[in-house]
Design a protein around this ligand. Structure first.
Ligand code: F0G
Length: 458
């Protein structure tokens, strides 16, 4: 094997990037209330806001788009979609949805989560919101090392099995609607879950007759990290690792905007006949007929093809290597990150990086703003702005355990020189970090405030 890991594709279509000056960016940021969600994409140079729906599609996916069968019922594109997902997951029923959160809403809408608990390593915010909207309680039980950014444990996405057991014992199995495992654990630093952990969680759930569902958004990256890091998997194909992984669960939800390498789409997959029937009925009510579920035939083709490409090991090798490369570059520049690097993003520990900015002055968001001012880079804060809340009585901010900044890398979009540029900007920011000031909130919505908040430098 050669030392250099190359992008295993060549570029056929390009999109120009728009360069701005630092003076322009300062003005843009001020007008956007120091919130990068409110900045126009054309004013961003390198967009690392999310890896969701931002993948570059392959020539085979575009060819599939042309072949898409747009029949209302029984389209051939659906049968291809179904076959590909069934061959990876082994689940009997495959239900297309317009994206991940639609699959979540349908799953929770049929699993009676009202007044019940749902346990997860860490719920993604839409997953949590869909449970809470239906009157359920979402509980996160990650392993303790998940909350220590500098801890080098290989599977910090794992669920705390001991806590799972004691929760079931304390509340009673009837009070738990389902257990979920998010692979990789996005809100917990993009960390993978080990096969051993999945097996243990599955055994506990089976024992208590609690259904186990996988939030499979980044399953291919998780399975590749199992191959790299877990004993006994190095010579297995990533597809066979995925097949084994799904065999321990009763079903999954998936946003195909991540490891589906598609710009839109998702699905719900499961084995239970009765539940699948109820879910299809709900699907017809709000998403569409079960052979398209809110998607065009061409989208189903793009996803089917994308899922196969996401399991290509040359692609995964390059993908994981590029995340590792960015993380190493930042660490070398003195920027503390969540270790070890996961599958889709690099997360900066902003509290550790900016100790002079008090946690209630949003150090993560201050860093997000500085990355934009210095280099036109868009990252996202996953910390006090996203998860913090004002105490209704005292008005004091209740802060989350971690303050992170996520730089999510879109799949197959940026080249190594783009990443080198991001590292160079990181070095520049690190050299002058004492200048970075905290921020204060001047507007916040009552929920999911980070999307629309407006801030000012202190
Ligand atoms: N679950 C996880 C773990 C996710 O990361 C996301 C989306 C969803 C569910 C919901 O899927 O967006 O298709 O409805 N994550 C994106 C992100 C938005 O930026 O991490 P969706």
């Amino acid at each position: 094997m050669t030392k250099t890991i190359i992008e295993p594709f060549k570029i056929k279509m390009v999109e120009p990037l728009h360069l701005t000056s630092e003076t322009e960016r300062k003005e843009i940021l001020e007008n956007a209330g120091y919130n990068l969600f409110l900045v126009k994409a054309q004013d961003i140079l390198i967009d690392l806001l999310t890896d969701s729906g931002t993948s570059a599609m392959s020539s085979e996916q575009w060819a599939g788009m042309m072949r898409g069968d747009e029949s209302y019922a029984g389209a051939s594109s659906f049968y291809r979609f179904e076959e590909v997902i069934r061959s990876i997951t082994g689940f009997r029923y495959i239900i297309p949805t317009h994206q991940g959160r639609a699959a979540e809403r349908i799953l929770f809408g049929t699993m009676n989560v009202k007044d019940k608990f749902v346990l997860n390593n860490t719920h993604f915010d839409t997953t949590r919101a869909n449970i809470e909207y239906l009157g359920g309680t979402a509980v996160d039980i990650p392993v303790p090392e998940a909350l220590v950014p500098s801890d080098e444990s290989p599977f910090k996405g794992n669920m705390d099995v001991q806590k799972l057991k004691s929760f079931i014992q304390e509340k009673g199995e009837k009070e738990i609607a389902l257990v979920m495992l998010t692979i990789t654990n996005n809100s917990g630093g993009g960390q993978p879950v080990s096969m051993e952990n999945i097996k243990e969680v599955s055994a506990v759930c089976k024992n208590s007759r609690i259904p186990l569902f996988i939030d499979a958004c980044r399953f291919a990256e998780n399975c590749y990290l199992i191959k790299e890091r877990e004993h006994g998997y190095s010579s297995r194909s990533v597809k066979s690792i995925a097949q084994e992984l799904f065999s321990y669960a009763d079903g999954c939800t998936m946003s195909a905007k991540k490891d589906g390498l598609a710009n839109i789409g998702g699905f719900l997959a499961l084995n239970d006949d009765k539940l699948a029937q109820q879910e299809k009925n709900l699907l017809i009510l709000t998403e569409g007929f079960p052979t398209y579920g809110g998607l065009a035939g061409r989208d189903l083709e793009a996803i089917a093809q994308g899922l196969e490409e996401a399991l290509d090991e040359d692609y995964l090798n390059y993908r994981i290597a590029s995340i590792r490369y960015l993380q190493k570059g930042f660490e070398k520049a003195g920027i503390p990150t969540v270790k070890p690097p996961g599958g889709h993003a690099v997360y900066i520990d902003s509290r550790a990086f900016l100790p002079h900015v008090p946690p209630e002055q949003f150090p993560g968001q201050a860093l997000v703003c500085e990355l934009y001012i210095q280099g036109g880079i868009r990252a996202v804060e996953v910390g006090a702005l996203m998860f913090g809340k004002k105490d209704r009585r005292t008005g004091i901010e209740i802060l989350p355990a971690l303050d992170l900044v996520r730089l999510a890398v879109p799949r197959r979009v940026y080249t190594q020189s783009h990443i080198d540029y991001v590292i160079e900007i990181g070095e520049k920011v690190a050299k002058e970090k004492e200048k970075i000031q905290g921020l204060k909130l001047v507007y916040e919505a009552p929920f999911l405030r980070h999307f629309t908040a407006r801030l000012l430098p202190i």
